[in-house]
Each structure stands twice: as structure tokens, then as C-alpha cells.
Design a protein around this ligand. Structure first.
Ligand code: ZN
Ligand code: ZN
Ligand code: ZN
Ligand code: ZN
Length: 345
């Protein structure tokens, strides 16, 4: 791993104490740090709960200054607001969950934490500054290149890779792989990270929530059929001889590929993000009361019928599109709060 700031080969440090182990990559020239998911919690001052959350909406950055994640193939690091609301801007990879900290930013984080919440211990911060602490057992230092790993990025974060299918990616022509997330199986392309969503399953999910609580979603589905479509050269992965058409997703300006025969849809890598962002935006633009009510209805419908069936219901939703909805529901702070409260409804 080369430092994203100065190009110097980074050093990997593996520090063990009596009870714990942490590994971090550091540029000894400029003090920058690469921390994989879970490592920031260990490195910074310890607090109750995790501090590895940040603003959902990335802080604007000129395209040409965008940095690439040192772990993931072709994923951007986004500028994000540490703990959502502080003035500290860090670089974060939403694929692997890693953080890039420029030199000095770990100190800023520690100072901020000490200011806003009770902190205990000193995390591993002192190791970075070569301060000897009593519980330090040993540190192994190697060139980062000796320990570097590549993260294979699935089309959706957290999806597990399954078998290879006989279907072909409409974009690059290679076989699609099967992925599973939230007990939902979908097909995706290991190279371009596009994904295939089945229409019928979208309907099934829609029917579950027919009472209108997901009207915003129903509208999107209906609009797909009404929109004027533009022919493409891309073949449907399922109906091999049918060419897909480009349609607008809902009232957004997002163009997706859609099969007029089987009604499945193909989302390119960035399109999936755009669609979830769009749905999030739709939720955000609702009046809080209206949204809470809708969210509550949704949670009741999905999880209604006693504690045993809640998870079954949730797992029963086999629709690939439910991944998208789950992602939206679970990433949305208000909905998450309501979901957490659901068992007491
Ligand atoms: Zn550096
Ligand atoms: Zn990454
Ligand atoms: Zn592809
Ligand atoms: Zn088709």
C-alpha cells in the first residue's frame, strides 16, 4: 500500500496487548493512516459504542481529487463528516468500511471525543506516537505490501458470493454470479458490479405492503411501465434474444435497462446507488410526521403478527428488489430507530 498523500510505501503495524490485537497501516513520512473496518474503534479513545459512523451524504469534493480505496477494486473514498455532525472531515470507503486519516486527524478525533462524551483508556493512539504504555506486549512492523489484501467488492455491500450462473452480463458479456444478502438472492456481475432484479418478485413485495404504506414505491414501479422507452443493444440476461430498453426510474432522472418481456431490470453499479439515494431522498422530503406514520405502518406490516413471524417475514422476502428497500429502510436513521422499537409495538 502506497500513501495516498505522498506516495511513500506505508508500514503495517500489528500491535498486541494482553487482551487485544490491532493492525494499522501508517505512512512514516506524513503520518497518514489507513484503518480497516473496526480499527478506528480500537485506535481512538474508547467510548461506549462504535464511533465508526459518519455522514450519509458525502461532503462535496472535486472529481479529480477523488482518492481510490487502497483495498477495494475501483472504489472511491468519499469525504465524510465524522460522527455525522462534527467538523472533522475524514475519507471513508463505503464498500469495505475503511477510513483514511491524514496525519494529525487521529489526534483531532481523540480531542473531539474527549469533548463530547466520556472516554476511557487511550485506545491505541499512543502506539502511533511511539509512546510506550505498560500493557503493550509487542509490535510487529512490516512493509504494508507484505500484508496488503484486496477486497472483492460485491454489487451490494455485504452480499455473499454464491455460484456462477449461465446468464451473461448485458454490459461485459461474462457469466453473472449469484449473490445473497438479507436472505435475498440476486445475480450480479463480478466485473462491472451491475445487478439483475426480477420484476415478479418486486410485485410480490409490493403486494405485501398493498395498504399504501409504500405508495412511494408503488408509484416507481407503475411508472416504469408507463415511461417511454429507448431501445438498447444490451440483451436481457434471461430472455437471451430480447434486447432491453432504457427507461426512467420513477420521477427521477435515473435511466435503467428494463426487459419488455420478463420485466426484469438491470442496474449498473452507480445506478443502484442512485436509486437508493433517490428513494432516500423521497423519504427525506416527506414531512416527519407523515414519514413516521408511513414508516410505522411499514414496520407493522413487515413485522406484524407476533415476535416469531417478524424475522421470518423479513427473511421470506426473496425479491432482489427487497435488498434495495432493505438498504433504504435500514440505512435511514428514523426508520432504523423505529425498527429497533418495533418489538415493543
Ligand atoms: Zn505519506
Ligand atoms: Zn474499500
Ligand atoms: Zn458486467
Ligand atoms: Zn427478459
Amino acid at each position: 500500500m502506497k500513501c495516498l498523500n505522498c506516495g511513500t510505501e506505508m508500514m503495517n503495524n500489528q500491535v498486541s496487548t494482553k487482551n487485544d490485537l490491532v493492525s494499522y497501516d501508517m505512512c512514516e513520512k506524513c503520518g497518514s493512516l489507513w484503518l480497516d473496518e473496526g480499527e478506528l474503534d480500537k485506535m481512538a479513545f474508547h467510548v461506549e459504542g462504535s464511533i465508526e459512523y459518519c455522514s450519509q451524504d458525502p461532503v462535496e469534493e472535486p472529481e479529480k481529487q477523488m482518492r481510490k480505496c487502497p483495498r477495494c477494486d475501483n472504489a472511491n473514498l468519499y469525504r465524510v463528516r465524522f460522527l455525522n455532525s462534527t467538523d472533522i472531515i475524514l475519507h471513508h470507503c463505503k464498500e469495505c468500511g475503511g477510513f483514511w486519516l491524514d496525519g494529525g486527524e487521529l489526534d483531532l478525533i481523540d480531542k473531539q471525543l474527549a469533548k463530547i462524551m466520556p472516554v476511557s483508556g487511550k485506545g491505541f493512539s499512543d502506539f502511533v506516537n511511539n509512546v510506550h504504555v505498560p500493557y503493550w506486549y509487542k509490535r510487529i512492523k512490516r512493509k504494508s505490501s507484505e500484508t496488503d489484501t484486496q477486497v472483492q467488492v460485491p454489487p451490494i455491500k455485504g452480499a455473499k458470493l454464491g455460484r456462477t450462473t449461465a446468464d451473461q452480463c448485458p454490459g461485459c458479456g461474462i457469466p453473472l454470479d449469484e449473490y445473497t444478502v438479507f436472505s435475498t438472492t440476486f445475480e450480479g456481475c463480478p466485473a462491472c458490479k451491475g445487478m439483475w432484479l426480477f420484476k415478479d418478485e418486486l410485485r410480490r413485495l409490493k403486494n405485501k405492503v398493498e395498504h399504501g404504506s409504500m405508495r412511494w414505491l408503488n408509484d416507481e414501479i407503475n411508472n416504469i411501465e408507463k415511461t417511454s422507452a429507448v431501445a438498447t443493444k444490451r440483451a436481457c440476461p434471461k430472455c437471451k434474444n430480447v434486447k432491453m430498453v432504457s427507461v426512467l426510474f420513477g420521477k427521477s432522472s435515473i435511466v435503467i435497462d428494463w426487459c419488455p418481456q420478463c420485466h426484469g431490470m438491470w442496474l449498473d453499479r452507480d445506478e443502484f446507488d442512485s436509486v437508493t439515494d433517490y428513494l432516500k431522498h423521497e423519504l427525506d422530503s416527506m414531512h416527519p410526521n407523515e414519514m413516521e406514520k408511513k414508516a410505522l405502518d411499514e414496520v407493522k406490516l413487515l413485522w406484524g403478527g407476533g415476535p416469531e413471524s417478524r424475522y421470518e417475514e423479513l427473511l421470506d422476502v426473496k425479491a432482489a428488489i427487497s435488498t434495495l428497500i432493505n438498504a433504504t429502510i435500514f440505512e435511514h436513521p428514523t426508520l432504523v430507530r423505529l425498527c429497533m422499537a418495533a418489538p415493543r409495538l
